[in-house]
Design a protein around this ligand. Structure first.
Ligand SMILES: C[S@@+](CC[C@H](N)C(=O)[O-])C[C@H]1O[C@@H](n2cnc3c(N)ncnc32)[C@H](O)[C@@H]1O
Length: 184
């Protein structure tokens, strides 16, 4: 694909992003008037929905793959409706290695349960995890994620209480969404 057609396809995607019910549910379930972190954001659609909702103080888009984040940056640069820079931030980093303190909502979705567990454990042990609400939607190994919040499984369970587990249909598959709230 040459540069012109690449730019056109990026612009097309921005005009018509594919928002699903699952993505809308993430925004609906998140707490208002605080930050929203989308770790493993990929296309950034959930964060874009979050920005459009004007529900959050700031939206953080995080993915470890540079070309994904470059594409997202390009989308924002070329959008006529790009929100003001203080309302969002793009970070190219492995979610396990974020060094900032995380407050508000933290979403990790569309990756394996093992990846969710690794990211949460690492953030917690490096004392970066202060989110009020965790919204977790692994595409596999749900039990691994649930186990994190079982009493006796470790320190994370003493800080976060399991609140609800729902299922949302997407592309013919049921996807779990686990909500855990900070309990102290
Ligand atoms: C299938 S997409 C999920 C997109 C979106 N979260 C969703 O649920 O629709 C998975 C994304 O996770 C990213 N990813 C995987 N492991 C990661 C990690 N440890 N830290 C940051 N990003 C990661 C990949 O680069 C990819 O863009």
């Amino acid at each position: 694909m040459n540069c012109v057609s690449q730019t056109m396809s990026v612009q097309k995607k921005l005009r018509r992003p594919k928002f699903s019910k699952r993505m809308e549910k993430f925004v609906e379930l998140a707490l208002p008037d605080v930050d929203f972190w989308d770790i493993c954001c990929d296309h950034g659609y959930v964060g874009i929905l979050g920005l459009r909702s004007e529900k959050f103080t700031k939206v953080y888009f995080v993915d470890s793959v540079p070309h994904i984040m470059n594409r997202l940056e390009q989308l924002f640069l070329e959008s006529p409706n790009t929100p003001s820079p203080e309302r969002f931030e793009l970070m190219t980093v492995n979610g396990e290695l974020i060094t900032r303190e995380i407050y508000g909502n933290l979403l990790v979705a569309g990756v394996s349960g093992t990846t969710v567990v690794k990211i949460l454990s690492s953030l917690f042990h490096r004392q970066c995890l202060f989110a009020k609400r965790l919204i977790l939607s692994p595409h596999s190994d749900l039990q691994w994620v649930k186990d994190l919040f079982q009493e006796g499984f470790g320190e994370l369970a003493s800080k976060y209480c399991f609140t609800q587990l729902i299922e949302v249909e997407e592309g013919g598959r049921m996807r779990p969404i686990l909500i855990c709230d900070r309990c102290e």
